[in-house]
Write a protein that binds this ligand. Structure first.
Ligand code: ADP
Length: 439
C-alpha cells in the first residue's frame, strides 16, 4: 500500500533553504579549519625563523610554502633576512678592518665617546695603561680603566675638548708618555663632537737620548774650555811678561804643551766616537785576536815598563779569529790595556785571558789588573761618556773620560758585550764577550 504523503509546498521550500544554508555553513567551516591549520603552521614556522634570526643565525630561511598574502610576507621576510645577513657581514668586515688597523698601529690608540665610554682600544694602549690585554674594555668608562693618576687627570681634562692637545707626562719608573688627544666630529658637522681619539706614545728612550745629547754637548764644551782657558792664560802671561826667567817660562810652555795634547786627545776621541756612531766605512776582515794583542803589547810596552808593570797573557786558543774592523778591535785592546796601566800603581800586573763560555758560543776576553779598583757605586757608570771616578786624577794622567764609552760602542758593533768586576784597592777585571760566529 502506497501512502502518498502530501507536503505543503511552502514547507518544501523552507527545508531546501535550510539544506542550502547548512551546506554553505559546512563549506565555510571546512575552509576556516583549513585556513586555521595553515595559519598555525605558518605562525609556528614564523616563530622558528624569527627565533633563529634573533640568535644571529642569518642563514635561516622561511620554508613553508603558502600562497597569497602570507606567501608574499614570507618572501619579503626571507629577503629581509638576506639583506640583514649581508649588511651585518659587511659591518663585521669593516669592524674587523678597523680593529686590524688600530691593532697594527705602533702607538697606544683609544677612541672614547663623549660620556667617557671606551669605544676602541688596542693592545699597546692596554699595555701602556697597565691593563690586562685579555680583558675586553670596550664599553667601560675610562675612569675605571686608567690606574695612573696623572694619565687619568689628563684624560678627564681633555676628553671631549674641541682642541687638539699634546701633553708630555713624566710618570713613575722614569717613563715619559706623549699623549695626543684629538676631537672626533660627527661626520660632516664641524661643531658636533662625538668623542675623542687618544694616541699614546712612549717617548722614554727619545727623551733619554735627547738628554744624553744635551749632556754630551755640555760636557764637550766644558772639557774643551778647561784646557783652552789654561793655554790662553799661559800664552797671555808669557806675552805680557818679557822678563820671566827661563825655568818659569819652560814650566809654562810644558803646561801649554800638556794641555794642547789633552785637547788633541779629546778631539781625536770625540771624532772616533762620532765615526763609530755614524758607522764608519771600514772593511770587515778576519782578525786574529792574539796578533792584535801582541801589537798592542808592543805599543804599550814603553809606558808599562816606565811604571814597572808586567803584562802577561793566557790564550786558550791563540788562533781564534773574529770578523770585524781591525782598527776597532785593536782600539778595544788598546783602551783596556792602557787603562790597566793608567790605573795600576807602579810594579803592578796586568793579565789578558782568552777563553770560551760553556757552550763555546762566545769568545771571552778578560783584562785583569791589580790596580786601584773601582768603587761599587761607579761600576755601572764608567761606560758613560765623560764619567770618571776621580776627574782630577784621570785628567792628570791624560784621560778624556771617553775611552770606555768608545770601547763599549766597538764591542757592541761586534755583536758583543762588555762588563766589569772590580774591588776597590784590589783590582779590576773587564770582561768582553764576543759571539764566535760573527761574520
Ligand atoms: P779615562 O780617559 O778617564 O781613562 P775611560 O772611559 O777609559 O776614561 O774610563 C772611565 C773611568 O773608569 C776612568 O776615569 C777611571 O776612573 C775608571 N777606570 C777605567 N779603567 C779602570 C781600571 N782598569 N782600573 C780602575 N779604574 C778604571
Amino acid at each position: 500500500k502506497v501512502e502518498v504523503i502530501y507536503m505543503n509546498p511552502n514547507l518544501q521550500q523552507v527545508s531546501s533553504v535550510y539544506f542550502f544554508v547548512m551546506l554553505i555553513t559546512l563549506g565555510l567551516a571546512i575552509l576556516l579549519i583549513r585556513y586555521t591549520v595553515t595559519l598555525r603552521r605558518y605562525l609556528k614556522e614564523f616563530t622558528r625563523v624569527s627565533k633563529k634570526v634573533s640568535n644571529k643565525e642569518f642563514h635561516t630561511r622561511f620554508n613553508t610554502y603558502v600562497k597569497g598574502e602570507l606567501g608574499e610576507l614570507s618572501k619579503n621576510f626571507n629577503y629581509m633576512i638576506q639583506i640583514m645577513d649581508s649588511t651585518i657581514e659587511e659591518v663585521e668586515y669593516k669592524h674587523l678592518q678597523l680593529t686590524s688597523i688600530v691593532k697594527s698601529v705602533s702607538h697606544g690608540i683609544l677612541a672614547i665617546d663623549i660620556k667617557g665610554k671606551i669605544l676602541l682600544i688596542n693592545d699597546i694602549a692596554k699595555e701602556m695603561l697597565k691593563c690586562d690585554i685579555e680583558t675586553n674594555l670596550e664599553g667601560i668608562n675610562f675612569k675605571f680603566v686608567v690606574g695612573d693618576k696623572k694619565i687619568l687627570e689628563t684624560f678627564q681634562k681633555y676628553v671631549g675638548s674641541t682642541q687638539n692637545e699634546v701633553i708630555e707626562l713624566n710618570l713613575k719608573d722614569n717613563l715619559v708618555y706623549r699623549i695626543k688627544i684629538d676631537p672626533v666630529y660627527l661626520q660632516d658637522s664641524k661643531h658636533a663632537i662625538i668623542g675623542s681619539i687618544i694616541n699614546i706614545e712612549d717617548i722614554t728612550e727619545l727623551v733619554k737620548l735627547e738628554n744624553m745629547r744635551k749632556d754630551f754637548v755640555a760636557n764637550v764644551s766644558h772639557e774643551l774650555k778647561t784646557p783652552l782657558t789654561s793655554i790662553t792664560g799661559f800664552v797671555e802671561t808669557l806675552k805680557i811678561n818679557d822678563d820671566i826667567d827661563k825655568n818659569t817660562r819652560n814650566h809654562f810652555l810644558d803646561i801649554i804643551e800638556k794641555e794642547s795634547n789633552r785637547l788633541k786627545g779629546l778631539i781625536e776621541d770625540i771624532l772616533l766616537l762620532s765615526s763609530i756612531e755614524n758607522g764608519q766605512d771600514l772593511s770587515y776582515e778576519k782578525v786574529k785576536l792574539f796578533d792584535v794583542f801582541k801589537e798592542v803589547c808592543e805599543i804599550t810596552e814603553y809606558i808599562a815598563s816606565s811604571k814597572n808593570i808586567t803584562i802577561s797573557y793566557n790564550f786558550e786558543d791563540e788562533d781564534v779569529c773574529i770578523y770585524g774592523f781591525r782598527d776597532n778591535i785593536k782600539q778595544i785592546f788598546l783602551n783596556l790595556i792602557d787603562n790597566g796601566i793608567k790605573y795600576t800603581p807602579k810594579d803592578g800586573h796586568i793579565e789578558v785571558v782568552q777563553h770560551y763560555d760553556e757552550n763555546r758560543q762566545n769568545i771571552i776576553l778578560e783584562f785583569k789588573d791589580n790596580g786601584i779598583g773601582i768603587p761599587k757605586e761607579s761600576l755601572n757608570r764608567i761606560f758613560e761618556r765623560f764619567y770618571r771616578v776621580d776627574k782630577a786624577r784621570s785628567r792628570d794622567i791624560g784621560g778624556t773620560g771617553l775611552g770606555l764609552a768608545i770601547t763599549k760602542h766597538m764591542v757592541k758593533s761586534l755583536g758583543g758585550n762588555i762588563t766589569v768586576e772590580s774591588i776597590l784597592g784590589i783590582g779590576s777585571d773587564f770582561i768582553v764577550t764576543i759571539p764566535v760566529d760573527i761574520k
